[in-house]
Every structure is written in structure tokens, then in C-alpha cells.
Design a protein around this ligand. Structure first.
Ligand code: ZN
Length: 221
């Protein structure tokens, strides 16, 4: 029943009894954890100002004697992960990370932290896309945009490839079903991932959002 300390990102808070909260966090060195923050709903609780989402936190907690829920002892805010105007996108990113990195996984902290960096440096709509795409890449849900994800053939110079059920396919494998993906769109996505100054058109951003939604739908089941 040792005491531990680590940097952490708060995924979600769930009310527990009249006065407490259960916190799910991704920690830098201890994976995803779940801790009870006793009294955190009381007006005078120090957790009210320190146990917050969209912040890099440093926390101290006690491991459980039995079961999986530890006890949170202290939380300190280190820095904000996004500007206030991006807090909705930030919340959306947390919800995705909570699904992609479930209880028991050891990774997630660095992946989510990197995704927040992508979001912060970009316009809100394309920034959320870039951050999601990064999370999907890290979780192995999306591959590179140069080859067909079904047959492996290079599609680097094909004028059109197809987005079908959250997968990038060549024209043979897709039978031309799904959303047509132009070379220009693939290039724009690749460049925007690397460089926030390479802007996407509104249409490209919308197509990319559509691709991301399909990935989520496909992996829901
Ligand atoms: Zn193919």
C-alpha cells in the first residue's frame, strides 16, 4: 500500500456519494489509474481548484489495499493544455482518449499529451482533426496514406483512392465505393500534421472530419 507520485492527465470525474469524486487519469509512468478523491465535492475541498481537466497535473495517491481504486492525496496544476477557446475540442479529445486507452493499459499519457500539442498549435476545427488522427495513429487505427490498407499496393501516385469503412483502399479493393480521396487531400493532411502553417481548405477539413468519424464508427463494434 505504497504512496505514489506522477504527472497525470484527467480523463473523467464521476460523482461518488454526496461528497466525493472518482477520477480516471492517464499517468506518465503508471498507466491509466482510477482514484477516489475524498470530499472533492465539498466547497472547501482543495481538489476543487486543482483536480481539473485540460491541465497537466502532478498527483500523489495511495495504492489500494484491495481492488483497483486508490486514494488521491494531492493534486497540483502544472500547466494548461489548451486555450479557453479550445476547451470544447479538448473535451472531445479526452472522451476519445478515454475510449482508446481503457483501464489496464500502460500507455496513453504521452499520446494524449502530444495530441494536445497538435490541437493547441492549430485552428480549432483542423486542430481537433490533427489531434484525433495522431491518437488513431498511435493506437494503430489508421495507417499511412501511401498504400492501400487492404492489398498493400502503393497508391502514392494514383489520382484517386477511396475511404471505405474507415480504411484507405485502392480503386480495385474498394471497387470505387466510399469517399473519393484526392492526392491533394492526402498531401494536405500529411503537411498539416507536420506543420500548423500548412492550412487546409474548409472542404478538406470537412472531408477529413468525415474520415475520422468513419474510423470511430468502424471501431465502435
Ligand atoms: Zn488494394
Amino acid at each position: 500500500m505504497s504512496e505514489l507520485q506522477d504527472n497525470a492527465l484527467l480523463l473523467r470525474l464521476i460523482p461518488f456519494s454526496d461528497s466525493s469524486l472518482i477520477a480516471h487519469l492517464l499517468t506518465e509512468h503508471h498507466g491509466r489509474i482510477c482514484v477516489l478523491a475524498r470530499g472533492a465535492r465539498r466547497i472547501k475541498s482543495p481538489f476543487r481548484a486543482s483536480l481539473l481537466q485540460l491541465q497537466q497535473l502532478n498527483i500523489r495517491w495511495k495504492e489500494p489495499r484491495t481492488g483497483t481504486m486508490g486514494t488521491l492525496l494531492e493534486s497540483t496544476r502544472l500547466k494548461s493544455l489548451v486555450d479557453e477557446k479550445q476547451s470544447l475540442s479538448g473535451q472531445s479529445l479526452l472522451a476519445k482518449a478515454s475510449t482508446l486507452f481503457p483501464d489496464g493499459v500502460s500507455q496513453g499519457y504521452h499520446e494524449l499529451f502530444d495530441a494536445f500539442t497538435l490541437l493547441q498549435n492549430r485552428p480549432e476545427d483542423s486542430g481537433l482533426n490533427a489531434a484525433c488522427w495522431q491518437l488513431f495513429e498511435d493506437a494503430g487505427l489508421v495507417g499511412d496514406l501511401e498504400s492501400c490498407w487492404h492489398c498493400g499496393e502503393s497508391i502514392a501516385i494514383l489520382p484517386l483512392s477511396y475511404w471505405f469503412n474507415g480504411h484507405l483502399l485502392c480503386d480495385k479493393c474498394s471497387n470505387k465505393h466510399g469517399m473519393a480521396i484526392s492526392l491533394g487531400l492526402k498531401k494536405a493532411i500529411r503537411e498539416h500534421m507536420k506543420n500548423p502553417n500548412c492550412k487546409l481548405s474548409r472542404e478538406q477539413t470537412m472531408s477529413w472530419s468525415h474520415m475520422i468519424k468513419q474510423v470511430e464508427q468502424f471501431h465502435k463494434h
